[in-house]
Design a binder for this molecule. Structure first.
Ligand SMILES: Nc1ncnc2c1ncn2[C@@H]1O[C@H](COP(=O)(O)OP(=O)(O)OP(=O)(O)O)[C@@H](O)[C@H]1O
Ligand SMILES: [Mg+2]
Length: 230
């Protein structure tokens, strides 16, 4: 990380996260006091073995799941202090999430999938569509605005998911193995676009990937082992 990055304000922070899953009598302690700090505009990659808890960590950071212990702060505000019913709107405005599985809405076309996320963040239908169209254009999807997910290729679905994550110009983008199901050339292009589009907007970007070369493009690299980031 360069000196300048060090002076930027922290936009996402986790302190002492502990997460345990129980199945029957078995307990798995996935996270054991995980700490994390992400600064404005910073890029960070996280690698770790399958099952080490990377997706679990992202879910906690996004407030989709709750930790047993520890706290997550969005721009200094403890997630625990945000009332349940305010969370979806706050999350949509603050954070974009590119999931390991894309989770596009099958009944909606590309444009509607992206515009929907802007609606959740409180934008008017017109504004939402305009923003969605701009971003999809930047990602090379202008010709696919009215295709539904089942009519798209894997790479096109992934780019739609990326547009959805970026449409509200969030402070933070979390991407969980966003190129998992793509061929090498498409994966390369998608990663390039993720870094370019978030870089242009000074979005802090956290990339979870198994690919060392993609991980190496981030300013800072961490590994999740034994429930902690190193
Ligand atoms: N809802 C759940 N109930 C029980 N166990 C779970 C649940 N979610 C995750 N786990 C377990 O927690 C561990 C961490 O899972 P997680 O999905 O975070 O791993 P990961 O690092 O993202 O792996 P991958 O690289 O394969 O995506 C795994 O052992 C998994 O089986
Ligand atoms: Mg995972």
């Amino acid at each position: 990380m360069n000196m300048e990055a060090h002076l930027q304000p922290v936009v996402l922070e986790a302190k002492g996260l502990r997460k345990v899953f129980r199945s029957g009598t078995r307990e798995i302690e996935v996270l054991r006091g995980t700490d994390l700090e992400l600064r404005e505009g910073e890029t960070l990659s996280i690698q770790g073995e399958s099952g080490s808890g990377k997706s679990t960590l992202l879910n906690l950071l996004a407030g989709i799941e709750q930790p047993e212990e520890g706290e997550v702060f969005w721009k200094g505000t403890s997630l625990a202090g945000i009332p349940e019913r305010q969370r979806p709107g706050r999350r949509a405005a603050y954070l974009g999430f590119v999931f390991q599985a894309f989770y596009l809405i099958p009944e909606l076309d590309t444009l509607e999938n992206v515009a929907f996320a802007a609606r959740v963040a409180g934008h008017s239908p017109r504004r939402a569509r305009t923003r969605a169209k701009e971003l999809l254009g930047e990602l090379g999807m202008a010709e696919r605005l009215h295709s539904r997910p089942d009519q798209l290729s894997g790479g096109e679905r992934q780019r739609t998911a990326i547009a959805r994550a970026l449409v509200n110009e969030p402070s933070v983008v979390l991407a969980d193995e966003p190129t998992g199901n793509l061929d090498e050339a498409t994966a390369e292009r998608v990663i390039e676009q993720l870094f370019a589009v978030s870089g242009a907007r000074r979005t802090a970007f956290l990339l979870v990937t198994h690919n060392s070369s993609f991980a190496g493009r981030a300013e800072r690299r961490l590994h999740l082992t034994s429930g902690r980031l190193h």
